[in-house]
Design a protein around this ligand. Structure first.
Ligand code: N01
Length: 536
């Protein structure tokens, strides 16, 4: 397509994961001419790219699904308590088929640039392939954990064996049988894949810089009685989810402080939650686990003792005990047999905190004190989270604003949806929204519905532009920081603060005031005639 003859749409959507898919459906229903562009060759986003062994959602399958169509949620059957990546991807493909979404999505297309022109209130979007598209509205459904990052370790290109990143896993899978494998990283991706890789590999070396807390998922086939009951309650549960901190209903909110109950009673509570599996229920044991160090320590100590009781080698157990952050302040991991895996004779934990990786050599990894011969290296080293995907695209305006410059010292947004200086640009679950701290699909639906309502409002009033004021944005950023600083979250060196990316500004990015407070604020903004947003 020629530059001077762009294809024209009402809305351009970048990304066809959960957020982009629902945006296509919702906005198309309003009669808007919508086009989504997706780098992958099919829908699914996170669930399209992250195909590593053991990849599974840590939110229960009955919750982690779309709510916008009751027939869809009643008819779909989830086989297990937690969905595996293949099951979730199958579900998302089914949704794409059922609502005929693909006809408005172009696959295998990477968006390179987007520029707003104030004279005609249009975004002009350029693809890597040289195509040009224009639309008054641009929606970034680019995901929070969608830019995989490998650390820049010297010698990486000279390695003779195979290298994989969990977030860019080959579609045909990887067979580790008989191989010597090294895995770097012990976040959710590492912890989920380590037991499965260990079950195939001849030798597995886990290169751990920081130990993380992980709880048993207790995955199991979904009990038909649970499924029937949940489906009967679906409409009410979906509504109730908005009245909870994490957007997940069905867990009674805690009322007591961990410090107000006798030690034995507290231990029994943690024991019961550990037995049930799942992270929400565990974090809901007491109302101050994420607010008070002393309260948190009771839960952290409980899990550390569990690790010591499972892992037979005392030195390995101690290395696996997290001691640099309070439990829950990094994404709490759910696993199946993670700690047990270290009891296998061919699995070895390598402490790269005390003996850092010096280089990758052609036959393995060299640390400060040893040389590990490897056939395969798996990077489970995470993502340039929350801001990476937005900053990869050259987003600018004709008033010399760029996102890269605006976010130089950390992201700034109004409600995690819009930004001052960038009219008609929307993010779905952007920084300073609860997205990653909530049931993601619920948050995606809430954002898309909110944006749809705003676009309808503009259309009804014959307006062309919406842009948050600087004052409203500053106040929202300040509020986010204030809320985060009232919790224990900022104590952890997590991707929530960009700590996994060298040089990234340390700013606490997700909104941790909870889904209830957040949704209330979003609704109040609308009720007040889009308070904090200039409409013209
Ligand atoms: O990434 P991470 P992830 N040298 O950033 C290590 C979601 N998710 O892909 O802590 C050595 O958490 C790093 O060490 P350190 C979920 O929200 C969900 O595992 O920086 N090590 C850390 O151990 C999750 O939180 C699901 O010291 C290096 C690891 O790599 C998020 O995605 C499943 C290193 C990165 O951990 C990200 O998870 C999977 C270096 N240079 C993911 N650089 C579920 O739903 C980094 N590391 C279950």
């Amino acid at each position: 397509m020629q530059k001077n003859n762009p294809r024209k749409f009402d809305v351009v959507i970048v990304g066809a994961g959960v957020a982009g898919m629902y945006a296509v459906h919702r906005l198309r229903q309003m009669g808007l001419k919508v086009r989504a562009f997706e780098k992958g060759n099919d829908v699914g986003g996170t669930w399209y790219w992250n195909r590593y062994p053991g990849c599974r959602c840590d939110v229960e399958s009955m919750e982690y699904s779309f709510s916008f169509d009751n027939d869809l949620q009643q008819e779909w059957h989830w086989p297990e308590r937690y969905g595996t990546q293949p099951e979730i991807l199958t579900y998302l493909k089914h949704v794409a088929d059922r609502f005929d979404l693909r006809k408005d999505i172009e696959f295998g297309v990477s968006i390179k640039s987007a520029k707003f022109n104030s004279s005609d209130s249009l975004w002009t979007v350029g693809t890597e392939e040289g195509d040009i598209i224009s639309a008054p509205y641009l929606i970034m459904a680019t995901g929070n954990l969608s830019t995989p990052r490998k650390p820049n370790i010297p010698g990486i290109d000279g390695f003779r064996g195979a290298i994989y990143h969990t977030g860019l896993w080959p579609h045909e899978g990887v067979d580790f049988t008989g191989l010597r494998v090294g895995i770097i990283g012990t976040g959710s991706s590492g912890v989920q894949s380590i037991p499965i890789i260990a079950s195939q590999a001849k030798q597995l070396f886990v290169f751990q810089r920081t130990a993380n807390f992980s709880l048993p998922a207790r995955n199991a086939p979904l009990d038909p009685a649970v499924e029937t009951k949940h489906k009967a309650e679906y409409p009410e549960r979906r509504r109730a989810a908005y009245d909870t901190p994490f957007g997940i209903a069905g867990y009674p909110p805690p009322t007591a402080s961990a410090l107000d109950v006798p030690e034995e009673e507290r231990r029994q509570t943690y024991e019961q939650k550990w037995g049930q599996g799942g992270s929400i229920s565990f974090l809901y044991s007491y109302n101050d686990l994420l607010l008070n160090d002393e309260a948190n320590k009771t839960a952290s100590d409980f899990v550390r003792d569990k690790i010591r009781s499972i892992v037979k080698d005392a030195k390995t157990a101690e290395l696996l005990c997290p001691n640099d952050h309070p439990i829950g302040t990094k994404r709490l991991i759910l696993d199946t047999n993670y700690y047990e895996t270290y009891n296998l004779p061919h699995v070895k934990l390598v402490d790269i905190r005390s003996n850092p990786i010096r280089e990758i050599v052609e036959d393995g990894i060299r640390t400060a004190d040893a040389h590990y011969e490897l056939d395969v290296i798996v990077f489970a080293t995470g993502f340039d989270a929350m801001t990476g995907a937005m900053k990869e695209i050259d987003i600018s305006t004709d008033k010399q604003q760029t996102i890269r410059h605006k976010w130089e010292y950390g992201p700034r947004s109004y409600l995690g949806i819009m930004m001052n200086g960038f009219p008609n640009l929307f993010m779905i679950t952007g920084p300073q929204s609860p997205g990653v701290k909530s049931q993601m699909i619920l948050s995606c639906e809430q954002h898309v519905d909110w944006i749809a309502q705003l676009l309808q409002y503009l259309e009804d009033k014959g307006l062309r532009e919406a842009e948050p004021t600087r004052m409203a944005e500053d106040a929202w950023v300040d509020h986010n920081n204030e809320v985060a600083n009232g919790t224990l979250y900022p104590k952890a060196n997590s991707w929530y603060v960009g700590a996994n990316i060298p040089g990234k500004p340390r700013v606490f990015m997700p909104y941790v005031g909870g889904v209830t407070a957040y949704k209330k604020k979003c609704d109040e903004v609308v009720a007040a005639g889009y308070e904090g947003i200039t409409l013209k």
